[in-house]
Design a protein around this ligand. Structure first.
Ligand code: ZN
Length: 247
């Protein structure tokens, strides 16, 4: 695969098609097509796709090394960044570092698109988030027509990996729908938080009234009553502030 790519004549898509055409012969003589086994949480097993080939060409691990990416300030993995450190792995290399870096160089040269005010760069915020409901493939951003309208299209159709009937989806429409949905989820979360705060407020008020009754009946000391009163006031104030923020 790297050898094909290094010729500069193979695209990610052609490599995927070629790999999907290949077969392996089992001991009993039967032949099965070459397939990828998928990545937990990222992709399902099946034919190779263009995205997968791009990903594989970027895997330093094939050179026998192990990249360490570390975590960002908010403790998340630093995806798509340069590794902080490269360590010797314990596994067998399958390509040389020269091959790897040469492939990356070709990839960078091919993907470099100079900025042009006549055709501004389109952003597709749902790439990597949106999946086709029919076949489970990624929905990928694409600009079409003279007006360069933004669409999301089924990646399986682009890669010709299945005959999915999924149509093009206008980007503005689906992005608006997802935004509305996110707003609804956030509003619902706010509502359930609000009702929890109201419930707490009622508990604190009851507790304060109960302390008042006990104090008036002479069953608790002034000191205990004051403590309850102060603690109750602090809790009620914090409830009021949170209600003001959420409303
Ligand atoms: Zn599909």
């Amino acid at each position: 695969m790297f050898a094909w790519y290094l010729t500069g004549e193979w695209t990610h898509r052609l490599i995927a098609l070629q790999l999907n055409e290949m077969t392996v012969t089992l001991e009993d003589g039967s032949q099965i097509p070459v397939r990828q086994k998928g990545l937990i949480g990222r992709s399902v097993a099946g034919p190779f796709t263009r995205d997968m080939i791009r990903d594989m060409l970027n895997r330093l691990a094939y050179t026998g090394k192990t990249p360490y990416y570390g975590t960002s300030e908010n403790a998340r993995y630093r995806h798509r960044k340069e590794p902080i450190e490269i360590c010797e792995g314990l596994h067998q290399p399958i390509i040389t570092p020269e091959t790897f870096y040469r492939a990356r160089e070709i990839c960078l040269l091919k993907t470099h698109v100079p900025y042009n005010s006549q055709s501004p760069i389109h952003l597709f915020p749902l790439t990597g988030i949106l999946y086709c409901a029919q076949c489970g493939s990624h929905m990928r951003g694409a600009s079409k027509g003279q007006d360069k309208l933004r669409y999301y299209m089924d990646a399986s159709q682009v890669d010709c990996t299945c005959q999915c009937p999924q149509k093009l989806v206008r980007a503005e429409l689906i992005e608006e729908q997802i935004l509305t949905w996110i707003k609804q989820v956030l509003a619902a979360a706010n509502n359930s938080e609000l009702s929890q705060i109201y419930a707490n407020q009622a508990i604190y008020e009851n507790r304060f009234h109960r302390a008042q009754e006990l104090y008036l009946a002479g069953e608790i000391s002034r000191e205990i009553y004051d403590k309850e009163k102060n603690a109750g006031q602090i809790s009620l104030n914090s409830c009021r502030i949170r209600i003001l923020i959420l409303k």
